[in-house]
Design a protein around this ligand. Structure first.
Ligand SMILES: Nc1ncnc2c1ncn2[C@@H]1O[C@H](COP(=O)(O)OP(=O)(O)O)[C@@H](O)[C@H]1O
Ligand SMILES: [Mg+2]
Length: 250
C-alpha cells in the first residue's frame, strides 16, 4: 500500500477520473475529473444527489468498470495497467463489494454464499476467520437457509460477510442500507463501522442518507461528477445541511 509522508496509507484512490457513457449527442459525463483518496483503516462515505456519479466512482475505483481518462489504484496497483486476468484476480482477492440489492446467489445457502468468492479463488479461505465472521454478522443459526428464506437485513448481513470473507484491502458498498428498514440498516452500518474500528479494515460506502453517512469517519461529496467537498467527523445534521446546499441553487 502507498504510504504518504504523514504515514497515512491509501487503500484506494482515483486521480483526474473521467467517465463518459455513450458517445456523441447522447454522451453522459458521469465523472468529470474526480481526484480522491480513500485512506486505509478508515470508513469513508460518498454522498451527493442522484445522478452525481457516486456509483460510477465506486465501480471504477473497485475495478468493476473502467475509466475513460485518469487513473484508479487499489493500494499500489494501477488498475488501468492490468490485463483482464490480473483485473479479475485483483477484484477477487483485494476488493469486496456490497450492493443495494444484496446480489446473493438464490440457489446457494447462506454458508455457500459467504464462501463463494473463496471457492472461486480455489481455496477455502481461512476457516477461523469465516467462523468469526458468521458470529459477527449473527447468522450462525441461518447457515443452511437460502436467501429467499431471509429478511432483507439478514440478506445484507450475508452480503457483508461475503464481502469480508477474503480479507480484502477495501470493501466498497453502494447504498447498502437503501432497501432496509432503519433498524436493519443500523445493524449493517454497525457491522461496517466495527470492521473498520475493531479490525482495521477499509470501507468506502455510497449513501444518500445523512444518518448512514454519520457512521463514517469522513464524507466526500460529489455533484455533477465532481468532488465538491469533504467533511471530517460528520454528524447527520451537518451532512443534511451540506446536502441542502446542493438542492437550493444560490
Ligand atoms: N451504464 C450507463 N450508461 C449510460 N449512462 C449511465 C450509465 N450509468 C450511469 N449513467 C449516468 O451517469 C450519471 C451518473 O450515474 P451514477 O453514477 O449511477 O449516479 P449516482 O450513483 O450518484 O446516482 C447519471 O447521469 C446516469 O444516468
Ligand atoms: Mg448510485
Amino acid at each position: 500500500m502507498t504510504t504518504t509522508t504523514t504515514g497515512t496509507r491509501t487503500a484506494a484512490r482515483v486521480v483526474d477520473a473521467v467517465k463518459v457513457y455513450g458517445a456523441g449527442d447522447t454522451a453522459v459525463r458521469a465523472l468529470d475529473g474526480v481526484s480522491v483518496t480513500f485512506p486505509a483503516a478508515r470508513f469513508t462515505a460518498v454522498m451527493g444527489p442522484s445522478g452525481s456519479g457516486k456509483s460510477t466512482l465506486l465501480h471504477c475505483a473497485a475495478g468493476l468498470d473502467t475509466l475513460t481518462r485518469g487513473a484508479a489504484w487499489i493500494g499500489d496497483t494501477e488498475l488501468g495497467g492490468l490485463d483482464d486476468r490480473r483485473l479479475t484476480l485483483l477484484r477477487r482477492d483485494r476488493v469486496g463489494f456490497v450492493f443495494q440489492a444484496y446480489n446473493l446467489v438464490p440457489t446457494l445457502t447462506v454458508a455457500e454464499n459467504i464462501t463463494l468468492p473463496l471457492h472461486l479463488a480455489g481455496d477455502g479461505g481461512d476457516p477461523e476467520w469465516i467462523d468469526t465472521l458468521i458470529d459477527v454478522v449473527g447468522l450462525r443459526d441461518r447457515l443452511r437457509h437460502r436467501p429467499a428464506e431471509l429478511s432483507g437485513g439478514q440478506r445484507q448481513r450475508v452480503a457483508v460477510a461475503r464481502a469480508f470473507a477474503g480479507r480484502p484491502d477495501v470493501v466498497f458498498a453502494d447504498e447498502p442500507t437503501g432497501n432496509l428498514d432503519s433498524r436493519s440498516g443500523e445493524e449493517v452500518l454497525g457491522l461496517l463501522g466495527n470492521a473498520v474500528r475493531q479490525t482495521g479494515r477499509t470501507v468506502v460506502m455510497v449513501t444518500h442518507d445523512p444518518v448512514a453517512a454519520a457512521h463514517a469517519d469522513e464524507v466526500v461529496f460529489l455533484a455533477d461528477g465532481r468532488l465538491v467537498d469533504r467533511m471530517e467527523v460528520p454528524t447527520a445534521d451537518a451532512v443534511l445541511d451540506r446536502m441542502k446546499a446542493f438542492e437550493v441553487p444560490s
